[in-house]
Design a protein around this ligand. Structure first.
Ligand code: RIB
Length: 304
């Protein structure tokens, strides 16, 4: 099976559900809270493993209760423990998430903790794993120097690289040439181009600009409106999945998309079918509460 290496953070998500997201200076009474596994890289690893991928996650956790939460999740989901660094001097990170349960929208504050201490030498210790990987997937929650070093090494070693630029962070123009698939949502895409994407023609124009920057394939995710794909040969819009139940929590939907996408690409599905598969996994995840815990299993995906 083709290996997928993912660099990213694990944190414990503390999620607060209510009928709105509090604004500055406001106190609201919520309805319930849950504590569960999160962190974009870790969520993507779970999505890839549950979608049938052979997954190697490069991350750092502490030797503590939240670290144990990560390890039991990986054992249960089949994510390899080989590249998980456990540092007893550091604490596993945490995220505070406010969720509007009427729309599924959220606001997130992440403290990366131990994973915020990933350094380029941690990538150097994984070169054999990267050499054996078909795909390298990462985001922008790990320290930027480490992330960019990981992308560069993965590209040199022949991986297909996917950068999910979340949270949107300034990138040097040189970075784009190391990216085979760039997967911003529409807000993140707007951040990189210093614009707002409102119409389909704005999205198409943005796609062209990313290709001109050196990205090989651009996928702009559009939430309930689906997604847009472009490369030098083709471009198309795809609709979102028609869901069988209400959207209650969109936390981790982008992660479900990226993890599932990596598996489809590793299995040589066409780009259109890869995005359709990722759209399905991501859509199902929005009908359940939590980040990693909302990601469907292979059985659920196949039967949906
Ligand atoms: O994408 C959702 C994730 O972002 C959450 O799990 C949270 O931990 C933050 O990393």
């Amino acid at each position: 099976m083709n290996q997928i290496s993912i660099l990213g953070i694990f944190v414990a998500d503390i999620c607060f559900f209510s009928n709105s997201i509090p604004i500055r200076g406001q106190t609201i009474l919520g309805t319930n809270h849950i504590l569960g596994p999160g962190g974009k890289g870790s969520n993507q690893a779970i999505a890839a493993a549950r979608s049938g991928g052979k997954v190697n996650l490069i991350t750092k956790i502490g030797k503590d209760t939240y670290g144990d939460m990560a390890l039991s999740l990986y054992k249960e989901s089949g994510v390899s423990l080989e590249s998980i660094i456990i540092d007893s001097n550091l604490s596993t990170g945490v995220a505070g998430i406010f969720i509007d349960q009427t729309t599924g929208d959220n606001a997130i504050n992440v403290i990366p903790g131990a994973a915020g201490k990933l350094v380029p030498e941690d990538i150097d210790n994984q070169l054999e794993n990267l050499r054996n990987s078909k795909i390298f997937l990462t985001q922008l929650e790990t320290p930027i120097e480490t992330t960019l070093y990981g992308l560069k090494k993965a590209k040199e070693l022949g991986c297909i690289t996917i950068l999910n630029p979340a949270p949107a962070t300034e990138l040097h123009e040189d970075v784009f040439k190391n990216i085979d698939f760039f997967t911003p949502n529409e807000i993140e895409a707007g951040f990189y181009l210093d614009t707002t994407l409102e119409s389909n023609s704005d999205i198409e124009a943005a796609g062209k600009e990313f290709l001109n920057k050196g990205v090989k394939n651009i996928i702009i995710t559009l939430g309930s409106k689906g997604s847009y794909f472009a490369n030098k040969e083709e471009s198309f819009f795809l609709e979102a999945l028609k869901l069988k139940s209400e959207v209650i929590d969109t936390t981790g939907a982008g992660d479900a998309f990226n993890g599932a996408l990596s598996v489809a690409l590793a299995n040589n599905l066409s780009y259109k079918n890869s995005i359709l598969f990722a759209t399905k996994v991501s859509g199902i995840s929005t009908t359940k509460q939590g980040a990693a815990n909302s990601i469907p299993t292979k059985k659920e995906i196949d039967s949906y």
